[in-house]
Ligand binder design. Structure first.
Ligand code: SF4
Ligand code: SF4
Length: 623
């Protein structure tokens, strides 16, 4: 049996020691000395969250298919173990072979949300790897970042050697080959980075220089070596039917956030909601083949022993074979074997209600609607493509189908929002509740309806038509939230309505980090040194330490968060070619100001720029 990195005495002290033991079901075991490349793959948050993320399972499987590579995993040690590792000077280790991360060739981290940035520093620090890339030597691993936050990697530029922009399946094999070749030459660290920067989709921040104008805006952003491309082009898998997918995902021994087989039915989204970064950067929409999905559903249920299968997609209702797939899953696994089937991100319509009633206990479950905005005007501004009639008739169908619990998601602080739009959230919630009471008493699924409305605060993100707009200040958010709370209380059906809202300070920080440039790396560093970690966990979030760090670094958060940018301004992420062009995004911004809706990709192509990937929805019906 594998020798553990932690003694029994430590394991007895920490919460959920299984987080650190490895040896889970389906884990890949190789002899590290028998491979050329030893690779550590990290999700910088606690085990239960990281283990639920499909992307790591895909890359873990893909890298381990190569005999010359061994990929192991690690997650953020929880606060209790963090303190022990520091106190006893124990280097952070991998789960599979319990080896120190500092001895690996690569350490890759997926960046799924901005609030994990200080956890990135925690991982490096506990691994005893210098936090800043410029301080690393040949003794240290190359540190790679990827995931949605890599679409603006600049706030983390000082801490990573390499970023990949796009889908990991596309670049890793080339990067491994490049590394093996470099190793035989005995070159310097910079030699490898120069070679790696030639691979499409790879960004090496240390090979680019930035200058700033007096007003703080970027003056220039350019490579420092002629061999390095000016623009880094996002890489995507064009044909999802012939790509890597884990037949035998690793199965944890402890309960994790998503304890089930995950079936990724498509990538990207045909809709163009203007606030949505995922809808823009994952373009074009590409679907997986139905037969591929049936086979994998079968194989993964057998190889994991899971009793639940979940579809993964940004917008499941838009998958063209959804009806065939759900009928197959319900018939083959639900009815015959008692496997639970979970179908998130469905639009509420007659078909989805029918499917949901077959797979869930209607009386116990609640239905989720995401109108995002309360008024039709605002839904047109954000291109939500959902009318009030769609929402009300969907709710009515749901009530007639036996549901009496509804969750509604909205955003406050959308561009151009006025107080009528905000009041619209309260009146729409009220109307939904009112619909319920139009059903004759004896036919209602329950005595009362429960309408829970939640608001998050809008954060403008890179590569969206709203990337130029100011985010509301915390005071504005507070004012709007108070106003809405009051309006909710004034509604006739208030006793059937509840209202929740998101944290103000977390939103302010998320906005600061999302559109930051290289200069804010110093703020992240200071915040980490003051003890900030697990910022997405409210019990560990210390906004005061962040504010102190900004002050110490002479950084004004309003410059990043609350400022209107112009089309001509060089944005920190402009060097990335994410498929969607800046011209398209600006056009969409102008359409939003005119409150005009843009059709979805299946109705009509809007020329966003993603046809260059030569696949997916852009070419539907042309074969
Ligand atoms: S439907 Fe809209 S919000 Fe949802 S993923 Fe697509 S673009 Fe984003
Ligand atoms: S090129 Fe057209 S069809 Fe393709 S993703 Fe862009 S808007 Fe949609």
């Amino acid at each position: 049996m594998q020798k553990l990195a932690l003694s029994d005495d430590i394991l007895m002290k920490v919460e959920k020691p299984a987080r650190y033991l490895g040896n889970e079901y389906n884990v890949v075991i190789k002899e590290p000395t028998s491979v050329d490349v030893h690779f550590a793959m990290c999700f910088p948050d606690v085990y239960e969250i990281g283990m639920s993320y499909l992307g790591i399972q895909i890359l873990y499987d893909m890298l381990n298919r190569r005999d010359d590579v061994y990929c192991e995993r690690l997650y953020s040690p929880w606060m209790d173990l963090d303190a022990i590792l520091r106190e006893r000077n124990i280097p952070l280790f991998s789960l599979e072979t319990q080896s120190p991360i500092k001895d690996f060739d690569f350490l890759a981290m997926t960046l799924q949300y901005e609030m994990c940035y200080t956890n990135v520093l925690q991982i490096l620090d506990l691994s005893q790897i210098p936090l800043k890339s410029e301080e690393r030597t040949l003794e240290h691993p190359f540190v790679i970042g990827g995931g949605p936050c890599a679409y603006n990697p600049e706030p983390l530029a000082d801490f990573f050697d390499i970023f990949y922009i796009g889908e990991g399946e596309t670049v890793y094999y080339d990067l491994m080959d490049c590394y093996k070749e470099w190793k035989t030459t005995g070159g310097s660290r910079k030699d490898f980075l120069l070679k790696a920067a030639q691979i499409e989709g790879i960004y090496v921040p240390s090979l680019y220089a930035v200058t700033y104008r007096e007003d703080g805006q970027i003056e220039s952003f350019a490579p420092t070596d002629a061999s390095v491309p000016k623009k880094v082009k996002k890489q995507v898998v064009t044909e999802l039917g012939h790509t890597f997918y884990p037949e035998k995902p690793v199965v944890p021994f402890i309960k994790v956030t998503q304890d089930r087989v995950v079936l990724e039915i498509q990538r990207g989204c045909i809709r163009g909601c203007r606030f949505c970064q995922a809808g823009n950067v994952y373009r074009p929409n590409r679907e997986r083949d139905l037969e591929f999905l049936k086979k994998y559903a079968h194989d993964m249920l057998i190889s994991t022993g899971h009793e639940e299968i979940s579809l993964s997609s940004l917008s499941s209702s838009d998958y063209s074979c959804l009806e065939e797939l759900t009928t197959y899953l319900i018939h083959e696994f639900g009815k015959k074997r008692g496997v639970n089937i979970s179908l998130p991100s469905l639009r509420i319509d007659a078909f989805s209600l029918d499917v949901m009633s077959q797979v869930q206990d209607v009386r116990k479950s609640s239905l989720t609607f995401a109108p995002e905005a309360g008024s039709q005007r605002m839904r047109d501004v954000i291109n939500k493509g959902l009318t009030e009639e769609d929402i009300l008739s969907g709710a009515m169908d749901a009530f007639n189908g036996g549901w009496n619990r509804v969750k509604l998601y909205f955003m406050l602080g959308l561009p151009g929002e006025n107080y009528d739009d905000i009041e619209g959230i309260a009146t729409l919630s009220n109307e939904i509740a009112a619909q319920y009471y139009t059903i004759p008493k004896e036919e209602r699924p329950g005595a009362r309806v429960d309408v829970v409305s939640s608001t998050s605060f809008f954060v403008p993100k890179p590569f969206t038509p709203f990337q130029w707009v100011p985010q509301n200040t915390t005071e504005e958010f507070k004012e709007k939230q108070r106003f809405l709370n009051q309006k909710m209380r004034e509604q006739l059906n208030r006793k059937s309505m509840r209202y929740n809202w998101h944290d103000f300070d977390v939103t302010a920080l998320e906005g600061f980090l999302a559109r930051g440039d290289r200069r804010i790396g110093e703020v992240i560093y200071h915040a980490y040194k003051k003890g900030c970690m697990f910022d997405s966990w409210s019990e560990f979030f210390h906004y005061d330490r962040w504010i102190e760090s900004m002050e110490e670094c002479g950084i004004d958060p309003a410059f990043y968060t609350n400022r209107q940018r112009t089309f001509d301004e060089i944005l920190p992420w402009d060097f990335i070619d994410a498929g969607v062009t800046k011209e398209f995004l600006w056009r969409e911004f102008e359409q939003s100001q005119k409150e005009l809706v843009t059709p979805n990709c299946r109705m009509q192509c809007s020329g966003c720029g993603c046809r260059v990937y030569e696949g997916g929805v852009c070419f539907e019906g042309t074969n």
